[in-house]
Ligand binder design. Structure first.
Ligand SMILES: *Cc1c(COP(=O)(O)O)cnc(C)c1O
Length: 377
């Protein structure tokens, strides 16, 4: 007979998921109720209100998609992009590339603005792209590129789109809760995030938010949204005003308890305090990493506090070190993706993982492994 699964206890300092506090795990273990139960409807309303707090928005259409961040991404594109729509897509890492793939699959016409991996999106290139493509309807970019650790200037990029009369789609999966995400101030039209990064919930839910302008565009579509599950016109009936809720799909009840608890914890700490904590922990980790002679990939002005990407020292077997960190220290850090595979490590300081004890463990463990590696052990 197969035994029950007992996961090892790990410290998660990779690109997500981050450590999940016991409070959130406890919340998820509470009894399952029906998804149309009035008590669950109340919970959904509270989650929506707390997500508005986290996104700094008044958008009525703010809720968690019942699927991971990639589904939130897809929801934004399938609803806002109609076949033939021109979309300017910024690509400076893996997730910008996925946005491009979404544009292609919805039948949109992509205009790609490329920047080097590890660099922020260059606003001048975006301005030029709109100049050459005044008919572009949407600008899409990643705020916090988790594949490289670079943060782009969302306020500046969104402003360019507004001046050109285009809508903006923002990936804030890794930024939400960790660095300022100001949807209303920046006038973002569609944004998606994830539960498992700086919110420190378990993976599998994707907070999203849509402006009135975005909803108008969706309502004016000439073609039906290609995805039934992600069609906002249908999902609206499930997430809209509490009294009129109708069945669309069965929400993942217990993970919603978890998201609720993680948002309660964010409220208790205060959003701005959470941003400040991520920054302070980053400064400490940075001092330690530089003390070990490790170099950052991203230049200081564009560095994400919650995702520290550093070069693997010359001659070091990066995969061997990561497997040692996991087996000897129960510590997970991330490897490089795509062009950066084998060349960098990505150390996450997301949500509950952004704390002194994790930094101490990480520096001590890395130092031990690098020493052994240098000694040829
Ligand atoms: C993690 C991540 C995603 C995808 O989220 P999943 O929950 O893994 O589907 C999208 N964009 C960025 C920037 C991410 O870091």
């Amino acid at each position: 007979m197969t035994a029950s699964f007992l996961p090892p206890k790990r410290i998660l300092m990779g690109p997500g998921p981050s450590d999940v506090p016991q409070r959130v795990l406890d919340a998820m273990a509470r009894p399952t109720i029906g998804h149309l139960d009035p008590a669950f409807v109340d919970l959904m309303e509270q989650i929506k209100a707390m997500l508005r707090m986290a996104f700094r928005t008044e958008n009525a259409l703010t809720f968690p998609v019942s699927a991971p961040g990639s589904a939130g991404m897809e929801m934004c594109f399938v609803n806002l992009v109609e076949p033939g729509d021109k979309v300017i897509v910024c690509r400076n890492g893996v997730f910008g590339g996925r946005m491009l793939e979404n544009v292609k699959r919805t039948g949109g016409v992509p205009v790609v603005v490329d920047d080097a991996w590890g660099a922020a999106v260059d606003p001048q290139k975006v301005r030029d792209a709109f100049k050459s493509n005044p008919d572009a309807k949407v600008l899409a970019f990643v705020h916090a590129e988790t594949s490289t650790g670079a943060q782009s200037d969302a306020a500046a990029l969104a402003k360019i789109a507004q001046e050109a009369g285009a809508l903006t789609i923002l990936d804030c999966v890794t930024s939400l809760g960790g660095t300022p995400v100001l949807l209303d101030q920046w006038r973002i039209d569609a944004a998606y995030s994830g539960s498992q990064k700086c919110l420190s919930c378990t993976p599998g839910l994707s907070p999203v938010s849509f402006s009135e302008r975005a909803i108008e565009k969706i309502k004016a579509r000439k073609t039906p949204v290609q995805s039934w599950f992600l069609d906002l016109n249908l999902v609206l009936g499930y997430w809209q005003s509490a009294g009129k809720r109708t069945y669309h799909h069965t929400a993942p009840i217990n993970p919603m308890y978890g998201l609720h608890e993680s948002l309660v914890m964010l409220e208790e700490e205060g959003l701005e305090n959470s941003w400040a904590r991520h920054r302070a922990m980053h400064e400490k980790l940075k001092a330690g990493l530089e003390g070990l002679g490790l170099r950052y990939v991203v230049e200081e002005s564009a560095r994400l506090p919650q995702l520290n990407s550093i070069y693997v020292p010359e001659g070091v077997d990066e995969a061997a070190i990561r497997s040692r960190l996991l087996s000897e220290f129960n510590l997970e850090i991330g490897a490089g993706l795509g062009d950066m595979a084998g060349k960098i490590w990505r150390i996450g300081l997301m949500g509950y993982s952004a704390k002194q004890a994790n930094i101490d463990l990480c520096l001590q463990a890395l130092s031990a492994c690098l020493e052994k590696s240098a000694a040829g052990a």
